[in-house]
Design a protein around this ligand. Structure first.
Ligand SMILES: C[S@@+](CC[C@H](N)C(=O)[O-])C[C@H]1O[C@@H](n2cnc3c(N)ncnc32)[C@H](O)[C@@H]1O
Length: 206
């Protein structure tokens, strides 16, 4: 939950940066559509679905998908995260060139995906709620810890997956830790793409 004290302590440090660092590195040297996330979302040669990222957070997943040509609508309900993301996107767009083009494919909405998903009729919906807590010292994990300080835990994640399955046109993808049990209260997925630390539970809409 948004906690004023934590916001002041943490928000000053957390900065969303698409221009330098790991996101920019992945843009230059990443594995294209063969990576687990684009594969899970249904990007392949000649096919680029319209994507709704229901849990925008740091915008990394959306940025990757937009860098591969997808139009992405991002939804973020935390005021603070939304503001940080908006600033990060503006800074990246100001760089011009490829960064401006990628950001141009990203549309950021403020609100709860539980309210917005029914209106959006997304072709492929990505859901990456805050994961169960783990101890890990890597930089990315540190940023996610900062996000947790701001947003708390996403206890309504199962509601969001169920709602997305009702409204998606083609597929819903839940990003979840590889070894974690399936999200309780959600139907069995159609298939999984399992990486070292992260897996994608894919729910195909028939
Ligand atoms: C783990 S982070 C997502 C990280 C993101 N995939 C990335 O690549 O940076 C989860 C984010 O989703 C947001 N969120 C969770 N449930 C939401 C909902 N129902 N509507 C909008 N935002 C939501 C949280 O506020 C948090 O910022």
């Amino acid at each position: 939950m948004e906690n004023k004290q934590n916001l002041n302590q943490v928000a000053g440090e957390l900065r969303i940066d698409f221009v330098t660092g790991s996101v920019a590195h992945r843009l230059r040297f990443g594995g294209g559509r063969g990576q687990d996330l684009p594969k899970a979302m249904g990007l392949r040669a000649g096919k680029t679905p319209m994507i709704v990222d229901a849990t925008a957070g740091l915008g990394r997943d959306s940025f990757l998908l937009a860098s591969l040509g997808a139009q992405v609508t991002l939804i973020e309900r935390s005021e603070k995260m939304h503001a940080l993301l908006e600033q990060g996107m503006k800074r990246a767009a100001r760089e011009g060139g490829q960064l401006r083009e990628i950001i141009g494919r990203m549309t950021l909405l403020k609100g709860d995906a539980l309210d917005l998903i029914p209106e959006l009729a997304g072709e492929a919906i990505l859901i990456d709620p805050m994961h169960p807590e783990r101890k890990n010292s890597a930089l990315v994990k540190q940023e996610l810890r900062q996000v947790r300080e701001i947003v708390g835990s996403d206890d309504d994640a199962a509601d969001l997956v169920r709602l997305a399955i009702k409204h998606a046109r083609k597929r819903v993808v839940l990003k979840w830790p590889s070894k974690a049990a399936p999200l309780e209260g959600v139907q069995k997925c159609s298939h999984q793409i399992i990486g070292k630390t992260t897996r994608y539970d894919v729910f195909m809409i028939s």
